[in-house]
Structure formats: C-alpha cells, structure tokens
Design a protein around this ligand. Structure first.
Ligand SMILES: [Zn+2]
Length: 572
C-alpha cells in the first residue's frame, strides 16, 4: 500500500538518515577495517568474513556471493520487501516523516487507519465468543483445541443480526467505517446487519501481521460454507497469500513453501508442524501471489484437493509457477481427501512422507492422462505447452526429457529441445565490457570529486554498450545538471534498477583502479567509435541526398562531414 509520495527528494532524506552500518549491524556483527566495516555475510554461509560495508559510499558488498547494493537493497534482501516497503521500514526506523501522496490518498489513509482499528475491535469481539459451545464443538470436530484456536486467533461471530454492529457502534465506530471495513452489509432499504453470522472467523493478516480481513466458516448449514470479507481499501483477495507472518518467516528460512487452497488446509498443516504453508483465498494463483512467493522461496509444493476441481487448479497453478521458474512438486492426495482431512486422519508423519514422494511436473501431467502409453502420448501436446512456459533452458530440458520418458517417446521427437531463448534469462545480463566498467570506476572512485563533472561531459554516453552502464551514466548526467555532487552515496536513490545499484556498490571490488592514462585511452576509443558511427550515417545521408537530388540536404551533410573531419584532427 504505497500511500506515500516517494519522490527522489524524500528517498534522499531517508537514505541520508538511514545509517547503513546500524542497519546491517542488526544482522551481522561488524568490525572496523580501515574506512569500511567487515563481517560474515548474511546471504551465504561463510567462516571468514568477506562482507564489506562502506559508510562513506552507503553500500554493502560481499566477495563471496557478489551481492551488493544500497541500504535499501539490504533491507529488501533481508526482510524480503519491495523497494517502497523497504523505504517505509527505514523511514519509520530513522524517524523520517513520509509525506502522503495527495489529499485524496490522505483521506484514504485516514479511512485505512479507521478500518484497521475497526477490524481489530471486531477481532477482539469474535475472540471473546469462541469459547461458546457451538464454535468449540465445531473446532474440536476439526481437531482444533480451544487453546490452539486462540493461538491462531480463530473467533466466533454469533448468530444474531446486529451483535457486532451494536457492539462496534457502542465503541464509536461509524456506519461508514464499518461498511468500508466489510464488517456490515447494507440492504436495499438502508438496513444494516452483520456480514459474519454464526460463523467461525479466521483473521487474515498481511505479511507485516496487520489485520486486513476475515474469513468466515459456517458452523451450521448456512451457505456459502466459506465467506470472505469483500474487497476493501486494505484487502484485495487476489493479492493476499493467507498464512500470516510466521508462515512467511518459515518460508524464507527454508526456501520452500507448501501451497494449499483453503484456510483449514493451511491452519491444520501449520499446526501439524508445517509452518511454511500458505493458501490462496479461493482464487487462482495470481502474478501477485507468485511475486510474494518468489521473494522468499525457490521450491513450491502444490497441495490441492484430490478431486477433479483440485487437480484442474493444480494444473493451472503448475503452469504459472513453472513460468516463474520455481522448482515445483505436486503432492497427490487420495481422491476424496484434502490436506486438512488427510493430516488429521493420518498424522504429520504420513504427510511428511507424502511430501517426500511428491511428484515432479512431468509425472503429474502424465498421470492425469492415465496409465497407458497411448493415452499419455495423446496428452503430450497439452503437457508440453505447460512445460514450455519454463524460461530456464536447463530446467525445461529436464522436464521435456521426463515427459518423453514417461510417454515412451524418443526425446528428440518433442521438437527442438535446446531452444535457447533469444533474450538472456532475467538476472543474466551480458557481461559488462571491461572498458565500460573501468570508465565507471575511474569516474566514481579514482577521479577527485571536483574533477568528475568535467570528465563526465567528455563521455559520449550513447556509445556505451551495456544497458546498466548507460543507465548509471544517464543518472550521473541528470544529477550533474542539478548540481548534485557525483558521489556513489547519492546514486542509490536515483537508480531504479537493483542490478545497477549492485554494479555501483561492486565497482571498488570488482574492477581494479583506473589510471588517468587508462581513462584517456577508453575515452579515445569511445570517441573513435562515435565518429565512425556519425561518418557512416552522414555517408548514407549524402548518398540519399545525391540520389534524390536534394541539394539542400546534400550541402548540409557535406558541411557536417567537413566539421567532423576537422574536429577529429583537433584534440578534445
Ligand atoms: Zn555473501
């Protein structure tokens, strides 16, 4: 929920206030080493320290795993946050007030806070009713004791029509806020009543632990069996992974997630010793869910219901996860079972065995076609279509091999197996040319601060080949035009791409110092390249002008050509 105006200026305030040594010290014990600090890298296991923090540049860098970046990157990486979230965390921690985006969003923020307070008050109300006989019997029937229920925050919405409404209005919440929070429903004649009635309530929290919605499970025969909060300013069903902050922490620690469909599947597995379980709330796996998963884990166990609908959903989710390059395993449950039922009937051990024997994507896809090779072969095109979505060529190759073997087909009959995607896989930038790296390093580290603007104006930025290098140079040009000193520390809030911030943080460690002669040599090469390109373009223009007898254009091009030749003779 980016309700803040994160302009460059604001980012800069946060960056200046956020002490990178203090932030890193919460995770790593650092000792001083010259101008820098050094410690054991939190991102890869090591015994001798290769993790450097530079308070002067505001960067961190590890020689072992080559991770690096700004204080924002460190918080993003360690707390699994997006960039705006990391800014928010640092702003709070270092007391930088974040201006709200606009008057409209200020009003929204006001409403948001009131909604959150109303939800928390509702939660307290629901909790106070969970020890009644009706919810207790229901929960015990599902193997959840009262103590566990309280631990999970499960509550009970009594069957009356206005019990919560009256209670919360008595506490001063307005109708408008209660409606906006999705706690009450308004009928045609304006009459209001409680949305959740005679239901066990399940609090839905975001990854920060903030209460954003409720799920309600009918205790009696009421339909629907499950009822969610509606979409509200704080809750969007298709973006939330249910499971709570503990699940997110467990996922990040293990690198694995178990993905299920329902609340009770998730809660039961968490209670039975699988804390890294999360659920989608009755929606298909969305790109947003995938991003939330990708920040924390590499491997996902899909564990959907054993019926036809569950298998269909698992198949769709498999495609989505493969496309995001996850390692996916599919847990196959008996036909009329679901994860909740299974673990309650068979226990944790049995479920752990099920996880251990979970099948790979190819096996899952082929099994759905049946056992006969003929049926499997017939199903191959659909299965291939799903597998083809995997962007990782190695993983895709292995998956196709598995498919071929499972269907009894020679692997080379599955079409071109080693199709290599034309564009490099994400995170796999082409290497930066040594000259461009040396140029960046020379400019930002080896040239005294006061001489950097002069040097910058001599660099033909358009001639740089590597996109990251060009990006950093373009940022430097815009900083220079606004009179900002060209320092590495100032860059982190102006560079949008994480890889580019890593590059800047790594300069001192991944490139040797650039001498003044070295710099001049690189510049000469770049000018040479620029001149060649300009000459080629002019030659073409002259040819065109001659062919079309465009005298004016011809004269102009010839004059430019002469100027270029003259300039080439003179030094720059
Ligand atoms: Zn490392």
């Amino acid at each position: 929920m980016a309700l803040y105006d994160l302009s460059r200026q604001v980012l800069e305030q946060v960056r200046q206030a956020a002490d990178i040594v203090a932030v890193v010290s919460e995770h790593v014990s650092l000792r001083k080493a010259g101008k820098d600090f050094v410690g054991l890298c939190p991102f890869h296991g090591e015994r001798t320290p290769s993790f450097y923090v530079s308070p002067e540049k505001g960067t961190f860098y590890c020689f072992g795993c080559r991770k690096g970046g700004s204080v924002f990157d460190f918080v993003m990486e360690t707390q699994h946050l997006s960039f705006p979230e990391a800014v928010e965390v640092l702003a709070k921690r270092f007391g930088v007030p974040l201006p709200q985006a606009s008057a409209a969003s200020r009003r929204r923020e006001d409403l948001t806070q009131q909604i959150t307070r109303a939800l928390e008050a509702a939660q307290a109300f629901f909790l106070s009713h969970v020890s009644r006989d009706r919810p207790r019997a229901f929960l015990e029937g599902r193997g959840i004791t009262l103590i566990q229920a309280q631990e999970l925050g499960l509550g009970f919405a009594p069957p009356g029509w206005r019990e919560l409404l009256d209670h919360l209005q008595g506490k001063g919440f307005s109708e408008q806020v209660l409606k906006a929070a999705g706690l009450v429903v308004q009928g045609d004649q304006g009459r209001l009543w409680d949305r959740f009635r005679d239901r066990v309530t399940i609090p839905i929290r975001n990854f920060r632990g903030e209460l954003i919605a409720f799920g309600g499970r009918a205790v009696g025969d009421a339909q629907p069996k499950y009822l969610n909060s509606p979409e509200t300013p704080v809750f969007s069903k298709s973006t939330v992974l249910f499971g709570g902050p503990k699940a997110f922490a467990a996922m990040a620690a293990s690198g694995e997630a178990i993905l299920v469909e329902g609340y009770f599947d998730c809660l039961s597995l968490q209670l039975c010793g699988f804390p890294h379980t999360v659920a989608t709330l009755g929606t298909a796996l969305s790109d947003h869910h995938v991003r939330e998963l990708a920040r924390r884990v590499q491997r996902v166990f899909l564990c959907y219901d054993g019926d036809a609908a569950g298998l269909r959903a698992a198949r769709a989710a498999l495609g989505t996860l493969l496309a995001a390059d996850f390692e996916v395993r599919v847990v196959l449950l008996p036909e009329h079972s679901d994860p909740d039922l299974f673990v309650r009937q068979n226990g944790s051990q049995a479920f752990a065995q099920l996880l251990a024997s979970a099948c790979g994507p190819a096996e899952f896809l082929l099994r759905q076609a049946g056992d006969s090779l003929a049926a499997r072969r017939q199903h191959l095109p659909q299965a291939l279509e799903i597998v083809e979505r995997c962007p990782n060529p190695v993983r895709r190759y292995v998956l196709k091999e598995d498919l071929a073997r499972g269907a009894g087909v020679p692997v080379d009959q599955l079409g071109p197996l080693l199709r290599v995607p034309k564009t490099a896989a994400p995170g796999e930038e082409p290497r930066i040319p040594a000259g461009e790296l040396a140029l960046l390093r020379g400019l930002l580290l080896d040239t005294p601060l006061e001489r950097r603007p002069g040097l910058l104006t001599r660099i033909p930025v358009d001639e740089l080949q590597h996109p990251l290098c060009r990006q950093v140079m373009e940022v430097l040009v815009s900083l220079d035009s606004s009179g900002t000193p060209l320092e590495i520390s100032a860059l982190s809030t102006h560079i949008n791409e994480r890889e580019a911030r890593r590059l800047v943080a790594a300069l001192e460690y991944e490139a040797p110092p650039t001498s003044e002669e070295g710099l001049e040599k690189i510049l000469r090469e770049l000018w040479e390249r620029q001149k060649k390109r300009q000459l080629a373009a002019l030659t073409q223009e002259i040819r065109r002008a001659q062919a079309e007898q465009d005298r004016e254009a011809l004269a102009r091009a010839l004059a430019e050509m002469q100027a270029l030749m003259r300039q080439a003779g003179a030094s720059r």
